[in-house]
Design a protein around this ligand. Sequence first.
Ligand code: F3S
Length: 770
Amino acid sequence: AKFPATPKDFTTRIPPYAKLLSKLGKVKELTNNAPLTLAEKILYSHLCDPEESITSSKLEDIRGLQYLKLHPDRVAMQDASAQMALLQFMTTGLSETAVPASIHCDHLIVGKKGESEDLKSSIATNKEVFDFLQSCGKKYGIQFWGPGSGIIHQIVLENFSAPGLMMLGTDSHTPNAGGLGAIAIGVGGADAVDALTGTPWELKAPKILGVKLTGQLNGWSSPKDVITKLAGLLTVRGGTGYIVEYFGEGVKTLSCTGMATICNMGAEIGATTSTFPYQEAHKLYLQATGRGVIAEHADVALHEYGFLRADEGAHYDKVIEINLSELEPHVNGPFTPDLSTPISQYGEKSLNENWPQNISAGLIGSCTNSSYQDMTRAAELVSQAAKAGLKPKIPFFVTPGSEQIRATLERDGLIETFTKNGAVVLANACGPCIGQWAREDIPKSSNQTNSIFTSFNRNFRARNDGNRNTMNFLTSPEIVTAMIYSGSAQFNPVTDSIELENGKKFTFQPPKGQDLPSKGFEHGRDEFYPANDPKPEPGVQVKVSPSSDRLQLLEPFEPWNGKELQTNILMKVEGKCTTDHISAAGVWLKYKGHLENISYNTLIGAQNKETHEVNKAYDFDGTAYGIPELMMKWKLENRPWTVVAEHNYGEGSAREHAALSPRFLGGQIILVKSFARIHETNLKKQGMLPLTFADEADYDKLASGDVLQTVGLIDMIAKGGDNGGQLDIKVTKRSGESFIIKTKHTMSKDQIEFFKAGSAINYIGNLRKT
Ligand code: F3S
């Protein structure tokens, strides 16, 4: 069968189904036609070379074990993380990106008074960063979605996601696009650069967790409750190393945007990503968003070739079943998204746990829950309350996910319903979801615990208003909306009533909404839309002022000089050392695009084994320094250093600054008892040498100031890392005593090349030049 013709505007928007199917055919040959899950089909159809990655005909030899080299179709970047991604891309010297990409200005916008005021002030504060991103967009042909245009994941869903697509995004909720049948994975900037430069992107083949949905949502229950319940069942680590794949009759009853909500919050269980098989709801959403032609192609891929769904008999490593008909609204929190309580038990639990009995604010929208369906259901509850003469008891904020959603809500009278009834409509941006809530009623410094109800996805301490004492309870927009009319933790909108001024009782009816607008989506204000498929303009100057404190061009790291390494131990870290200890967030976020400035946060959370002090390291003459200050001093003295640490070093996130900063400050070796895998990879990508002790007891033999010299590095490099995974280190103590310790490395052939070139980015740049 033939795929329909591709209209000009869609050349970069329709997944290359014919090519994907031919790759998948190869994989089928290599695996003796074994039945595949949907996630495997999409991933394997994006392999650079199936023969290189599929080394066994048995799928169980691949899942969780084999590294896959993949070619993603597209990249999306949000304004905070795009800065370093683009600064790194710039150092490759390429004039355009290898795959279509987009930049979204959403994280740096404050939520305070309402859209127009907040947008104006945020643009003024962040002008330099936005101008930089815009000029990069122009120069390299990357679509630039400016401030106010919307939240990255909503715009991706409306414009770029498609069944069978594989994409990377520099944000952890990138899996939102799985709601439209894509495999979309959140990554750091250096990984994004792999895709942007057409370099194979490596991922360990995930295991597959099947979630079987039966029944049908009804009454107050919503798609959000599927994932809040699942988070309770699996906990924040339960999805680690898995792709979550939904299947079963219940899937047919969900809207596309509901599926996106479910995939979005899959990040909260640690899953690599989540996805859904191609459905009628996807087709309707594609048509409603002006992309019916993608549905026509997807129909052929599904019906003629059996793509976009799991094979009959596909094996899931684990299966969980959820009956939608019996699903109750859930409320998750505080401080962790997996503490899940059914609404019927929330009142009692809140008393037992001493959670505040008065709720202080309700917030709906965000990338998780700002669909037309969400908003119509919430607005319908507002109308019910208004009819009964009820007024909100607490502040109520609404964040539309995009200009398209906002304009549609405005046209259909929903914005008016919200604002007339006391809600503040914020800019189409992240705002309160990412700590950009300039909250006026409760100061950041307040010691008093308070509780807020939100339809967002994360609830770590201080995530929303910067106040560590704000308890964020995550739930559906419907439950948040109903709660603002009571303000009490004891109110269960499903069963309880509220007393009116006239003494009568008011009970909410279950909310009613519409999956998609019957008049279609409204485009909104033109100024928020970029041109489709922008062409690179090599003549454009990227604006980075040398005096800027927020942006700094990257200098390529020095390549390896061909000799054994000689370093001094700068400090020994004691105990747990996560990426938060290595590269603190909070106020440092401002400097994400300025490597030198942000590097002054390096290891400031780490504890010195020898003195038990935090953020203290000692120079040879005994002078105490902050850790990054001593690193900088040694860098200027041309004294390369090693940090020695204990177990699971770099646990937590893929935060690439945790590897970039030590490298920038002159680090060469990180020698530990064990690494968190992603951080170890990040160090290799930045040209560092991560080593582990062959004998953990050697950790105790080392002290700050000791000289460490590699013995056999030249041979290890010559063998492309294939030297038995060993590397000897000669230790010379300050007393002059010396001895050899054994260490281990996990450098692959490619990673040896990164080391030789000085970093993965240098290596990519060199490849392009040759
Ligand atoms: Fe992330 Fe929230 Fe924005 S989850 S993309 S910060 S709306």
